[in-house]
Design a protein around this ligand. Structure first.
Ligand SMILES: [Zn+2]
Ligand SMILES: [Zn+2]
Length: 344
């Protein structure tokens, strides 16, 4: 048996004893050492986002040690420290074979029904989802890597040429990851937006050259002034607000690219600025994750090009997951990312 935090319904979490997950052929059993607490889980628990029915063990940001394998061919995995890339695909369709198994029609994801997740002492995952952690990386860095892998994979997909200007709206974990990723990719001037002055230092520390407070200045004029009146070559929305999505298009230079990453509230979808997109000949891409971003990301973190360690700002035991969810929902200024330690 093991301890797991069971999501039982709206705002209902309970620490329970459940059987250790079965480790099928092709799968690994991990002792979970760190699990990132994602805002998506908070939405699911609060009933504001739907992705399967309770009861279920959530948690899709996972790092741990392999303690058992489902068949002898995987014996070499025993004892490895790994981080989990949670998308599960059929392995044979075009999406699966092009690094996009999260788009697989037969697919699913560890941490969402029917696949039990990382808010537990053990989790079972296909070996194809496991990436070995470099020795220099901690389990906590692995535990939040999924939140960074998605933005980094998005930059890998949309591309960035040497010296191009970038706007990043939003300085949550995604925004900070975008800042570091474009910096590592040799961006030119990088402009970040904040809505609270208390976030300015953070944006500067994670790679912004210019930080504009959208609540305190005529910030469109400022972005244009910083880009010789052109707008930016790559305009990233990591905020997901109706206004920020429209602004991402407005502030993109002609023939530039817009990367939409922040998910808007379905109830307040922004008007689609189609005329601007056409007349300025913009490329607009919606991006989530891409498994091919993981290996380069692990190398970048190991080399120190991307700092993950400082993004882990809060640590909780498994029993404290409700407090962690409350924290993530409240989003205090000092929160970047919280993790739970199931063995603490
Ligand atoms: Zn997540
Ligand atoms: Zn597939």
């Amino acid at each position: 048996m093991m301890k797991a935090m069971m999501w039982e319904g709206r705002d209902a979490l309970r620490l329970v004893d459940v059987p250790v997950p079965e480790c099928k052929p092709g799968w690994l059993l991990l002792k979970v050492m760190s699990a990132g607490v994602c805002a998506t889980d908070a939405h699911i628990i609060h009933g504001t986002f739907f992705n399967g029915e309770p009861p279920h063990v959530l948690g899709h940001e996972i790092a741990g040690e392999v303690v058992q394998v489902g068949d002898p061919s995987l014996a070499a995995w025993i004892g490895r420290r790994v981080v989990v890339e949670t998308a599960i695909g059929c392995g044979v369709c075009e999406h699966c074979r092009s690094g996009n198994k999260h788009l697989c029609a037969q697919g699913g994801e560890i941490g969402f029904p029917p696949y039990a997740g990382g808010y537990a002492q053990y989790v079972a995952v296909p070996y194809t989802c496991a990436h070995v952690l470099p020795d220099t990386m901690t389990y906590d860095e692995g535990g939040i890597l999924e939140a960074i892998a998605c933005p980094v994979g998005a930059i890998r997909r949309i591309g960035l040429a040497f010296g191009q200007t970038v706007l990043v709206q939003g300085v949550g974990i995604a925004g900070l990851s975008f800042l570091q990723a474009v910096r590592a990719c040799c961006a030119g001037k990088v402009i970040a937006t904040i809505t609270r002055e208390s976030k300015r230092d953070l944006a500067l520390r994670y790679g912004a050259d210019v930080v504009v407070n959208v609540a305190a200045e005529d910030w469109h004029a400022r972005v244009l002034a910083e880009t010789e009146g052109r707008g930016v070559d790559l305009s990233i929305d990591a905020a997901g607000a109706p206004q920020s999505i429209a602004d991402a298009v407005t502030l993109c230079a002609a023939r530039g690219r817009v990367l939409l990453y922040g998910l808007p509230n379905e109830q307040s979808l922004p008007p689609f600025p189609v005329t601007r997109i056409i007349m300025k000949q913009l490329t607009v891409l919606g991006l989530t994750n891409n498994e091919l971003g993981w290996a380069p990301l692990l190398s970048m973190v190991a080399r120190g090009d991307i700092n993950v360690r400082d993004m882990v700002t809060h640590r909780f035991s498994l029993a404290q997951l409700p407090q962690a969810i409350e924290l993530v929902s409240r989003r205090p200024d000092d929160l970047i990312k919280a993790v739970v330690h199931p063995w603490a």
